[in-house]
Design a protein around this ligand. Structure first.
Ligand SMILES: Cc1cc2nc3c(=O)[nH]c(=O)nc-3n(C[C@H](O)[C@H](O)[C@H](O)COP(=O)(O)OP(=O)(O)OC[C@H]3O[C@@H](n4cnc5c(N)ncnc54)[C@H](O)[C@@H]3O)c2cc1C
Ligand SMILES: NC(=O)c1ccc[n+]([C@@H]2O[C@H](COP(=O)([O-])OP(=O)(O)OC[C@H]3O[C@@H](n4cnc5c(N)ncnc54)[C@H](O)[C@@H]3O)[C@@H](O)[C@H]2O)c1
Length: 410
């Protein structure tokens, strides 16, 4: 078979993979598309797993990217429960873990990421729970009963959203974080404090600067978390959210360039011209920031695949230059964040509105330019914030803070 008659193969059947298949068909591609995923579920979105799906507010049907018949209707071969074990870029084939081989014309890797495991004694006991997949969410949901003692390790996005869901259903929650504040590396001290206050006000026992040394238990079931100072937090279940690692093993073994994810150019093409990467796993060159960035958020997995699809079809103007965006919902706080700031990469934070009211916009600046903005319980402002970030012009911080000055005129 001539190379060009082979299908486009997508490895990773989650949001990124499903959106890539959709974008290929939307762009008019009529050749074969094979979407391979090791999970048994058809592609679904993860944000509800720590929010509405976890509390029981949203039912399962809401999580899926497409209805079941959509794949056949669009002539997309969906191979679920199938892990890809190896890629041979020279032969243009992927080897499946169950031994078959599939040839490709172009290959897209949307393998996403995997939770980091807690490296302490006792971490393999029952009741120690991670959150990435829908069945993980089901397990945590079963543990979130009124009065149950839930210890959450890590005050990042997973930890805080699970803490909020657990409090919402009436569980007792202790959050154990290694740093001095939640979300410190992403938000910095000034805004991280807002999330600490939010959770304290909702009755979460927050412990910062702690070292988890061991998970205690009996008969293989976890019963507590031991800390570096010798104290112990009793727990009926422990939820661990200490970050993720991009799923790069396949790419690495195939000799693709890997450095904090699979390195790609601005077209999302890897170091092999017929292999592309998108979503959590891609460390892509971003033309606006003129550097490689890897974004671990939903909007990136939603949008990057459209660029990858068009680039695989040979469209030279397919460049990914969107400003990163993400959101969270915790209790009655909803927020959106637009922009990109390296940990510690700002020199000023400007608030428009009082953060104590939890209705405000925060801006991170460096050298007078807006790097990112976050609207908290304030809506319909992401477009002007995105424009401020994109323009890279110096702004007047007083005007930025003044709610009477429209953001478009700052
Ligand atoms: C609980 C939770 C809540 C979240 N909430 C938010 C939120 O509110 N806002 C936000 O912006 N972001 C949120 N995120 C992040 C967002 O979900 C991720 O950025 C997004 O899922 C990344 O999508 P992806 O398609 O790149 O990868 P993934 O969703 O990780 O999917 C990768 C898929 O590839 C499969 N795979 C990997 N290796 C292989 C292989 N060798 N063979 C076959 N298949 C393979 C995996 O099994 C997986 O199904 C959340 C994440 C989680 C876990
Ligand atoms: N709303 C959202 O955007 C959202 C929601 C949920 C998940 N996610 C994504 O899911 C992924 C996983 O989230 P996450 O919360 O696990 O990662 P994270 O990187 O957001 O946070 C991890 C936290 O764990 C802490 N930590 C690390 N090791 C620790 C230890 N040994 N003991 C105590 N604390 C420790 C870190 O200091 C950090 O605060 C991320 O990619 C995240 O972006 C995003």
């Amino acid at each position: 078979m001539a190379d060009s008659e082979r299908p486009i193969v997508i490895v990773g059947a989650s949001l990124g993979g499903a959106k890539a298949a959709e974008a290929l068909r939307e762009a008019g591609y009529r050749g074969g598309i094979i979407l391979i995923g090791e999970e048994h579920e058809r592609p679904y979105e993860r944000p509800p797993l720590s929010k509405g799906y976890l509390t029981g507010k949203d039912d399962r049907e809401k999580i899926y990217v497409h209805p079941p018949q959509w794949y056949a209707e669009h002539d997309i071969t969906l191979r679920l429960g199938t892990a890809v074990a190896a890629i041979d870029p020279a032969a243009h084939t992927v080897t499946l873990a169950d031994d078959g081989q599939v040839g490709y014309h172009k290959l897209l890797l949307t393998t996403g990421s995997e939770p980091r495991r807690l490296p302490v004694p006792g971490a393999d006991q029952d009741g120690v729970l991670y959150l990435r997949r829908v069945d993980d969410s089901d397990r945590i949901k079963a543990a979130l009963r009124p009065g149950a003692r839930i210890a959450v390790i890590g005050a990042g996005w997973i930890g805080l959203e699970v803490a909020a869901a657990a409090r919402t259903v009436g569980a007792e929650v202790t959050v154990l974080e290694a740093l001095e504040l939640p979300l410190l590396r992403v938000l910095g001290r000034e805004v991280a404090q807002v999330f600490a206050d939010l959770h304290r006000d909702h009755g979460v026992d927050l412990r910062f600067g702690v070292q988890v040394t061991e998970l205690t238990g009996a008969d293989g079931k976890v019963s507590g978390v031991k800390l570096g100072d010798g104290s112990e937090v009793a727990a009926d279940a422990v939820v661990v959210g200490i970050g993720i690692s991009p799923a790069t093993a396949l790419a690495e073994a195939a000799g693709l360039e890997v450095d904090n994810g699979i390195r790609t150019d601005q077209h999302l093409r890897t170091s092999d011209p017929d292999v592309y990467a998108a979503g959590d796993v891609a460390n892509a060159h971003h033309p606006l920031f003129d550097r490689h960035i890897r974004v671990e958020h939903w909007a990136n997995a939603l949008n990057q695949p459209q660029t990858a699809a068009r680039a695989m079809l040979g469209q030279p103007d397919a460049v990914y230059d969107r400003v990163p965006y993400f959101f969270t919902d915790q209790y009655d706080l909803g927020m959106e964040y637009v922009g990109y700031v390296e940990p510690g990469g700002y020199d000023q934070v400007v608030f428009r509105g009082d953060p104590a009211t939890r209705e405000f916009i925060a801006f991170w600046l460096s050298g007078g330019r807006v790097l990112a903005g976050m609207n908290v319980n304030v809506w319909d402002v992401t477009d002007p914030i995105r424009e401020l970030v994109r323009s890279r012009r110096a702004v007047d911080p007083k005007a930025l803070a003044d709610p009477d000055v429209p953001l478009g005129e700052v």
